[in-house]
Design a protein around this ligand. Structure first.
Ligand code: AMP
Ligand code: MG
Length: 286
C-alpha cells in the first residue's frame, strides 16, 4: 500500500458531518468548513493526497473482487441543482481508475421505469463485488422531487421510506458499504451559481427552466430532505450533510468519507495462487 496520509481535518468529518436525527437542516451550515482550517489552495494539495490513497484502496478493492471477494462501495450523491454533484464526480471520484467505477445518473423515470417499483431501476445499477458505484441522484428522488411535486400519492411516498431502509439493509448485508451524501447548499449561493449559468452561453446547456421551479419551492425541498434523512439514517447506511457553498471543502470532505469507507473494508492484497519463487526462476531462465 502506498503512503498513508491520515487527515488534514482537526475534527473528523465522519463525526462532524454525520446527520443526527432530530437535526433541522436550517441549523446546519452551508458555507462553513467544519473541522478544516485550510483554505482553497491548501485544500487542493490535501485533495491530491487523498487521491493517492483512494487510488490504492480502489485497486485493492478491485483485486479483492477479482479473487472471490464480496465487497463493494456505493456512494449516493444528493443535492439541489448546482450543489456540485458533477464536481464531486470529476474531482473526487475522478481520482481513481475509471475502470473500477460505475457512475449512474438518475433523471425522471421513463414510462417503463415509472410502471415498475421505484427501487427497480437503482437495483439494476448496484455495484458488483470489487467495484465502486456512484449514484448521481438516486432512489431518494422518489421521496424528494416526487413528494414536493406530488408525483406519487402520499401513501405511496409514505411506504417508500421503510422500503428504502429495507433495501439499503439488504445491500449492506450483501457486502456493500453505503455512503450517503447530501450536498448542503445555501439558497443565496444557488442564486449565484444559477446566475452564472445564465450569464455564460457555454453554461446554458446546464440550465433548465425547471431548476427555477425547484428553487421556488426551496423550503418544501428542505423539508422533504429533512424527512428523508430523518427516516433513512441508519447505522448501516448513515447520511452525511456536507456544506457545499465552498466547493473545495465539499470535495475534500467527500474524499475523506470515501477514503474511510474504503479503508473500513480492511482488505488485504490477494495472495498469489501460484508459486512465486518457481515463476521467478522460470522467468530468469527465459
Ligand atoms: P440533473 O441531475 O440536473 O440531470 O436533473 C435530473 C432531474 O431528474 C432532476 O430534476 C430530478 O429531480 C429528476 N429526477 C431524478 N429522479 C427522479 C424521480 N425518481 N422522479 C422524478 N424526477 C426525478
Ligand atoms: Mg440540473
Amino acid at each position: 500500500m502506498g503512503r498513508r496520509h491520515d487527515s488534514p481535518f482537526d475534527l473528523p468529518p465522519e463525526e462532524t458531518l454525520r446527520f443526527v436525527p432530530g437535526t433541522r437542516l436550517e441549523d446546519l451550515p452551508t458555507r462553513a468548513t467544519p473541522g478544516y482550517r485550510g483554505d482553497k489552495r491548501r485544500a487542493r494539495d490535501d485533495l491530491a493526497a487523498y487521491g493517492d490513497e483512494l487510488s490504492d484502496l480502489q485497486e485493492l478493492l478491485f483485486a479483492d473482487g477479482r479473487t472471490g471477494g464480496t465487497r463493494s462501495v456505493l456512494l449516493v450523491l444528493q443535492g439541489m441543482d448546482t450543489s456540485g454533484k458533477g464536481g464531486v464526480l470529476r474531482k473526487v471520484v475522478g481520482l481513481v481508475d475509471p475502470q473500477g467505477v460505475d457512475i449512474s445518473s438518475f433523471g425522471p423515470p421513463t414510462e417503463e421505469e415509472a410502471a415498475q417499483d421505484f427501487l427497480r431501476r437503482v437495483e439494476q445499477r448496484l455495484p458488483v463485488p470489487g467495484r465502486i458505484g456512484v449514484f448521481d441522484r438516486s432512489h431518494y428522488e422518489d421521496v424528494l422531487v416526487q413528494r414536493v411535486e406530488g408525483l406519487a400519492p402520499p401513501e405511496e411516498i409514505e411506504r417508500r421510506y421503510a422500503a428504502i431502509v429495507d433495501f439499503e439493509q439488504r445491500i449492506a448485508e450483501s457486502g456493500t458499504t453505503l455512503l450517503k451524501v447530501m450536498l448542503h447548499l445555501g439558497k443565496d449561493e444557488q442564486k449565484e451559481r444559477l446566475t452564472e449559468r445564465l450569464d455564460r452561453p457555454e453554461k446554458h446547456w446546464k440550465f433548465s427552466p425547471g431548476d427555477l421551479d425547484a428553487r421556488a419551492r426551496w423550503d418544501d425541498y428542505r423539508e422533504a430532505y429533512r424527512i428523508a434523512l430523518e427516516r433513512t439514517a441508519t447505522d448501516e447506511a448513515p447520511w452525511f450533510v456536507v456544506p457545499c457553498d465552498r466547493k473545495w471543502y465539499a470535495r475534500l470532505a467527500v474524499a475523506h468519507l470515501l477514503r474511510n469507507a474504503l479503508r473500513s473494508l480492511d482488505l488485504t492484497w490477494p495472495r498469489a495462487d501460484f508459486d512465486v519463487a518457481a515463476q521467478k526462476a522460470r522467468l530468469a531462465a527465459s
